[in-house]
Design a protein around this ligand. Sequence first.
Ligand code: SAH
Length: 463
Amino acid sequence: MTKPNIPVEKNQLIEVTFEDLTHDGAGVAKISGYPLFVPRALPGETGKIKVVKTKKNFGYGRLLEITEESQDRAEPPCPIFERCGGCQLQHLSYEGQLKQKEKYVREVLARIGGLTQVKVHPTIGMDEPWRYRNKAQVPVGEDRGKIIAGFYAERSHRIVDMPSCAIQHELNDDVVQVVKKIAKKYGIRGYDDEKHKGTLRHIVSRHGKTTDELMVVLVTKGKELPNKKNIIEDIRNELPNVKSIVQNMNPKRTNVIFGDKTEVLWGTEVIHDYIGNIKFAISARSFYQVNPVQTKVLYEKALEYADLSGSETVIDAYCGIGTISLFLAKQAKKVLGVEIVPEAISDAKKNAKLNGIENVDFAVGEAEKVMPWWYAQGVRPEVVVVDPPRKGCDESLLETMVNMNPERIVYVSCNPSTLARDLKYLQANGYETKEVQPVDMFPQTNHVECVSQIVLKEEAGTQ
Ligand code: SAH
């Protein structure tokens, strides 16, 4: 097949109709088959654009004017939507976002996994798809001697000051503004990452949705924090929900947020939150899902797909702080969790204790190495749950899982592409994907989480 010639030129002004939306929230218009990607345009819309870049097989445009608007278009409530880059889909109605995510999952499963017959349910969304985040991590800097905290401007290290974030819990917003104000009052210097100078690098705020407890973390370059006592007092006065004030020290030249040392300045070392009736202790650096409302929805779906009767041994691979493990434990005989980060496993063990759950065991290590070891020990789980990072499961892990011959596999995924690849492997090795449920953990952004139920083919035949 010959490649089409490039039908447009850079800087050309044209009117186009958009047919599709990319995963990143750009509208797609085709000129004689040549796709042009235009940020913030929606399918069904017609608009005037300027061509800004042409490559061999596709190009980019900038939207100048919408001449025919989609019914799905929404007015982004956030004044910095176009500059921030944290959200990609605020200009699309929430209903449109949910449909878009379902469509994307279906397309990727078909294209990468060859799974055209799998049932993909409509995305489960939130009733209130704003202000859902329970954690803010905001870089601090200075602008002409004035302390600022916000987000990095696109493709740069320049911090843009941010008064509020529309997907952040209000109390996290308050923490950022209050700390900024207090830092100004005491002349605390914002960090300059080029010169590696200044004091305050990041403001981190964590909120327990069900307990309304707040943790304030001040990430500083060194141990020194002038006026520490006054700062603590002011924070407590201005933010009555604060239960924990913590200083983390990060002396390195790095864009990693946290350093190795953490010191409690006031209050407790952890705050708490519940997902369902399970209580979690959250420390400054613990991994914890950022959308607690939808986490419950996701885990309940995982539990439903695990279909436990109380007699099963379950493996929870990539278990983090044991959230899914503890959720499953009450309905299983035994749960084995594995996770690569030692601190997460230490949290998992503490959380098990906190809830009086005894039928769980946690191991530190690479899931792809620990699983074969368990297999060699004779572990034969009836159900395996996996919740891998974006790169998906290691093939050797899938192989071991198949050898273990569980009746059901529950696959929680934050990346439909690697999910599709792994489901294809399972499909070729005796398993069948029954259904896939997208859950909207990150409204306004292009991220989509899925939970899938996969069953042994023989079993599927007898049902
Ligand atoms: N199930 C947890 C965490 C899921 S995130 C929850 O819902 O909260 C994925 C987890 O996999 C992270 O905690 C990450 O540290 C861990 N991880 C990444 N690579 C791993 C590997 N090779 N083996 C085991 N765990 C791994």
